[in-house]
Design a protein around this ligand. Structure first.
Ligand code: ATP
Length: 255
């Protein structure tokens, strides 16, 4: 085995690719007096799709909120591309390229698709389709045809697409997707999965929170299982698929 990645090499001589995109280090966090996450650690390399799966209330959304700065760790740290971002708020983490697409999708229903995209496009003028918007629309055929329609006229799946498109236009480098397939019809689930696969192809690093373990297994390179605020298992999709005990105990599914 090569010793090139030896841990005792000084950090400043490592090639840039050795620095994880995201490193959550021994984070404890919660809401006021309520501790939800207990000493969790996870790490993501450039271009990886990693899933975070677990039952309702396990702490998945809380993990995403702690990464993007809506919540702050009470101990431990969140490190993004080598910078400790634990004390930054969501606007500051967004500037750095961390983009949370929340479960509620958070589009502006009264604005058109194009207006929704323009609001996310900090570098673009108000009245033109910028390159970022043009590129994003190439990925979303169904939005391309409906740029003048109000957000409220979109289906649940299309709203999910628009929320992801907004994150792309805003320059997401690390995308945090909170249950993107939640509540969608099975054929739309496949469309959303195709989009996540395309994000992967474009080299965007994706942390995917999913209730649907089948979706996570198909899309993710690696998976973390969270239970009651603790990471209880980590491994490849092939290993998770074979691990009936973990699937049954923490995810309540058989694959
Ligand atoms: P789900 O799939 O149901 O969204 P989850 O794994 O994303 O589950 P979280 O939303 O992170 O779970 O919730 C973890 C715990 O934190 C739960 O016990 C929940 O009740 C609690 N919690 C969530 N939001 C708040 C809040 N704003 N204030 C206090 N407790 C909260």
């Amino acid at each position: 085995m090569s010793d090139e990645r030896s841990d005792d090499r000084p950090a400043d001589t490592r090639p840039a690719t050795d620095v994880p995109v995201l490193s959550v280090e021994n984070v404890t966090a919660g809401y006021g007096e309520t501790t939800v996450l207990r000493d969790i650690s996870l790490s993501m390399d450039e271009g990886e799709v990693v899933s975070l799966v677990g039952r309702n209330g396990a702490g998945k959304t809380t993990t995403l909120r702690t990464i993007n700065g809506i919540l702050h760790p009470t101990s431990g740290s969140v490190v993004y591309r080598g910078e400790d971002v634990s004390t930054l708020g969501p606007a500051e983490t967004a500037q750095r390229g961390i983009s949370l697409v929340p479960e509620e999708r958070q589009i502006f229903p009264e604005l058109t698709v194009m207006e929704n995209l323009r609001l996310a496009d900090h570098g673009g003028a108000d009245d033109v389709e910028s390159m970022a918007i043009g590129e994003a629309l190439e990925m979303f055929e169904n939005l391309k045809d409906r740029t003048g329609n109000p957000g409220s006229s979109l289906s649940g799946g299309e709203q999910q697409m628009l929320a992801i498109a907004r994150a792309l236009v805003a320059g997401a480098d690390l995308m945090l997707l909170d249950e993107p397939t939640e509540g969608l019809a099975p054929y739309i689930v496949q469309d959303v999965m195709d989009i996540v696969a395309e994000l992967d192809e474009r080299g965007i690093t994706v942390l995917l929170v999913e209730q649907n373990v089948h979706v996570a297994l198909e899309l993710a390179d690696r998976n973390y299982v969270i239970d009651r605020g603790e990471i209880v298992w980590e491994g490849s999709s092939a290993d998770l698929e074979d691990n009936e005990a973990i699937l049954d105990r923490y995810l309540g599914v058989s694959v």
